[in-house]
Design a protein around this ligand. Structure first.
Ligand SMILES: *Cc1c(COP(=O)(O)O)cnc(C)c1O
Length: 430
């Protein structure tokens, strides 16, 4: 195949100028967020931790939001991201299906999280905020926000889940290099952290608990807001640049996809890929959307759809979502970014309506396909992204057996260059 046909890059002028809000196009209206007392959340309930602009994006039925010029400019450092045909992977699998990946690993943080970090930093700066508090599981979100903080001159404090900090000390180095402060969560600096440490000094920490710490930090200081890297509607909104670009790239190839796959932790890269395809799906397009989650934290496949807190200490509103329960303690898997008890309300609604197919993947499949990808495409996937890759490969093999090859696209949400201990474990085990 000629070189120019394996990679579709769009010119800078093709960076999307609006974000697409899927809320008005969901099969059923989203149920409201609830306060602990059980009443629907009002914008002012969120104003202690978010700027008005992001609250509007969270709750608005408007279909399109203009992307501010400064945000487009910041995104243009690495966007549009390439769509790449994984021809060498196809050959190694021995499949006739076409497999493509949307490469979000080319961002400065190495993951799709920069797409929303830049937007959130911009809106907070515009609102006169001086400092952001956040949590990070695997470290990618903290890295993305640390860089976005640099871009818009905001101080950033990151509560990093203890087990991840121990597994990936270099993430902290990057965040520190970018000027952010990084604390091991649970920490002694918040009531939620002190309580958790008193109960179990050896706790590994969880994303839910780190969220509690960051929310408490932001709510207790007027100059500080909270930033969340996944789950919420405005985060999915910012990530729709992925799906919008993907649509243009597939069109440029003259292809319509049969399967669109992304991994699912809190739902932002999946939602950002999937949302722009929802109108087509409602018009009868035959595209299967697959959300790949870890079998050890099976929120969408095994969780319950209900209103639940986003964090362990019950400081956030109750969100209508699939959840394993706010106290669920996932095992310390390598894909730290997928260790979350809940899910995006938008993705949850799409799963509930049958528009999205969740799939749990895990075990040796994961790193078997991840190392095959590394050896054929020469890109080391993040362990999170390896879930999408594995689901895509399993689908290609299944289609091959059935004699019905198709077009499969997955999102490479990040690279694994800071996850080499995971690969080291794999090499030593298999
Ligand atoms: C955070 C992260 C995820 C999971 O988050 P989502 O909100 O579900 O996208 C997946 N992949 C990478 C590389 C991440 O950093």
């Amino acid at each position: 195949m000629p070189i120019e046909e394996t990679t579709v890059t769009l010119p800078k002028s093709e960076i999307p100028r609006t974000w697409y809000n899927v809320l008005p196009d969901l099969p059923e209206p989203l149920e409201p967020y609830l306060t602990p007392a059980g009443s629907p959340v009002k914008p002012e309930d969120l104003s202690a931790i978010f700027p008005a602009s992001l609250i509007e994006q969270e709750l608005s039925p408007r279909r399109h939001f203009d992307i501010p010029e400064a945000v487009v400019e910041a995104l243009s450092r690495w966007r549009p991201t390439p769509l790449v045909r994984a021809a060498a992977l196809e050959a190694a699998l021995g499949v006739k299906s076409k497999i493509f990946y949307k490469n979000e690993s080319v961002s400065p943080s190495g993951s799709h999280k920069s797409n929303t970090a830049i937007a959130q930093a911009y809106y907070n700066k515009e609102a006169g905020i001086r400092r952001l508090a956040t949590e990070t599981g695997a470290g990618q979100w903290g890295t993305a926000l640390a860089i976005a903080g640099r871009a818009f001159r905001l101080e950033v404090r990151v509560y990093m889940v203890r087990v991840s900090l121990e597994q990936k000390p270099y993430r902290k180095t990057i965040m520190n290099l970018m000027g952010a402060e990084v604390l091991s969560s649970p920490s002694q600096l918040t009531a939620a952290g002190r309580k958790a440490l008193a109960e179990d000094p050896d706790t590994l920490g969880t994303l839910g608990l780190a969220i509690s710490e960051a929310v408490e930090d932001a709510a207790s200081r007027p100059d500080t807001n909270y930033s969340l890297g996944s789950v919420l509607n405005h985060v999915v909104l910012h990530q729709t640049v992925i799906g919008q670009e993907l649509k243009r790239q597939l069109k440029a190839l003259g292809l319509s996809p049969d399967y669109l796959v992304a991994c699912h932790g809190g739902g932002s890269n999946f939602g950002g890929m999937a949302a722009p395809f929802v109108p087509e799906l409602k018009d009868g397009a035959r595209i299967t959307l697959i959300a790949a989650e870890p079998d050890s934290c099976p929120t969408l496949t095994r969780g319950k759809f209900t209103h639940d807190y986003g964090d362990a200490a019950a400081l956030t509103p109750l969100l209508p979502m699939y959840t394993l329960g706010k106290d669920f303690q996932p095992p310390a898997i390598h894909a730290g970014g997928l260790r979350y008890h809940g899910a995006s309300p938008i993705v949850s609604a799409l799963v509930k309506s049958g528009m999205v197919t969740p799939q749990a993947v895990g075990g040796s499949d994961l790193f078997r396909f991840a190392s095959l990808f590394a050896r054929t495409e020469y890109v080391i996937p993040a362990p999170e992204s390896a879930h999408a890759l594995a689901a895509a490969c399993l689908k290609a093999l299944e289609l091959e057996r059935a004699g019905t090859p198709g077009v499969i696209v997955f999102v490479l949400s990040g690279h694994g260059l800071l996850d080499l201990s995971a690969y080291e474990d794999f090499i030593n085990t298999y």
